[in-house]
Ligand binder design. Structure first.
Ligand code: GN1
Ligand code: MG
Length: 369
């Protein structure tokens, strides 16, 4: 029995989940929220739900997060139903509490939500099968396509300046100055490595500021583990983890996905000699993504995709290093130097991408025609 089970069961009651309670497991993959899978028995069948305790240090206004999620999932559901009889397995279905809300605050102040588990679905941390990688590209391309006409301005900005790399760098420099955890000396090389990438990693944001790139509805956390696939066919079903859906650039979503899907390693690989970009996987994802979305992208957007991969890799690495310097306050860590390992790995990966930049953009162009 997990120690939080009593509270989890109380949350289930608030959401009116029906049937006989069977079990609860914790799902440990996210860096931010705490996630549980709960099983009930109803009509002699297992009915599963995902319950999440939202991290309110990261999401200071979780009600606004839920407002975005509800708006976006309802919009996608309606879009899918234009061409399919049901959208049951293709978009998340959030539960409402007994008083009609999509969230509940528990007496200890914790904030919870609940959605139906999609049966016979699976998610992957890393994928080698290029067909599945291409499916991942289609999944995030389709997500943007569904939301192409959604009124971007209606979305709440749940984390301001999320992909503002200029701001990310200034917060990083402040963390170096402050050196709250007394770790700056030990990571001088990594600090210098990231400072050397500042110029390239802030170009995309500069284009955005000059109005050269349109703001779209973007997912903003496009790691492959945020896609559910059918466990038999391996076709994509639904995109999950919609917390950071906000206005953003196509290149943010493309780039953040590449950071994970086209990496040779996990994001905290210690053996840096293994870290690099896998161009076959890069191409497979690009094919799925670009072919799905090319009719909706401007020429300039297409020309910024490879830059997006570098930008998002650097940005994420800078965030890991900043958090390490701050004393690991933001990302969950499972051991003391995990944020530093993540930061080192991203630094190497970003530099590898810089070395392959022309090839990467050529691959984008190949699928744009
Ligand atoms: C966090 O939600 P999760 O754990 O998938 C983070 C992302 C980072 C990612 C790095 C709200 O994502 O921005 O890219 O870790 N989410 C937030 O793996 O900061
Ligand atoms: Mg997330």
């Amino acid at each position: 029995m997990i120690k939080e089970e009593k509270q989890v069961r109380e949350v289930c009651d608030r959401f009116g989940l029906q049937g006989e309670y069977k079990c609860c497991e914790i799902i440990n993959s996210g860096h931010i929220n705490t996630t549980y899978q709960v099983t009930f028995i109803r009509d002699q069948q297992d009915k599963r739900y995902i319950l999440q305790r939202v991290n309110t240090y990261v999401f200071e206004n979780p009600v606004e997060v839920m407002d975005n999620i509800v708006a976006v999932t309802q919009y996608i559901r309606a879009k899918i139903k234009e061409t399919q009889p049901t959208a049951k397995r293709n978009v998340l279905h959030y539960s409402q509490t007994n008083d009609g809300k999509f969230y509940t605050y528990m007496p200890d102040g914790s904030f919870w939500r609940c959605y139906r588990y999609i049966d016979d679905s699976v998610c992957y941390m890393q994928v080698d099968d290029l067909n599945v990688v291409e499916e991942a590209g289609k999944a995030f391309g389709e997500f943007q396509l569904y939301l192409a006409d959604f009124p971007v301005a209606n979305l709440n900005i749940v984390i301001p300046h999320f992909h503002n790399t200029v701001k990310r760098y200034s917060v990083f420099k402040e963390a170096v100055e402050k050196d709250a955890a007394g770790r700056a000396k030990e990571v001088e090389n990594e600090i210098a490595g990231y400072l050397a990438l500042e110029e390239i990693a802030t170009q995309l944001y500069a284009l955005q500021r000059r109005g050269e790139l349109p703001l779209r509805v973007t997912h903003n956390d496009t790691k492959i583990s945020n896609i559910l696939f059918d466990c038999q066919s391996h076709k994509h079903l639904s995109v999950i983890d919609l917390d950071t859906v906000m206005p953003g650039l196509v290149a943010n979503d493309f780039g953040d996905a590449i950071r994970i899907v086209a990496s040779e390693t996990e994001e905290d690989e210690k053996d840096l000699s293994k870290v690099g970009v896998n161009l076959e996987k890069y191409e497979a994802f690009t094919k799925g993504f670009v072919q799905t979305l090319k009719g909706r992208m401007t020429e300039k957007e297409k020309q910024t995709l490879a830059l997006g991969a570098i930008t998002m890799t650097v940005e994420c690495g800078v965030r890991f290093l900043t958090d390490y310097l701050d004393g690991d306050k933001y990302f969950k860590v499972h051991y003391a130097t995990q944020n530093l390992d993540r930061a080192k790995c991203h630094l190497k990966l970003a530099n590898e991408m810089v070395g392959h930049f022309d090839e990467m953009q050529k691959i984008v162009n190949k699928y744009c025609d």
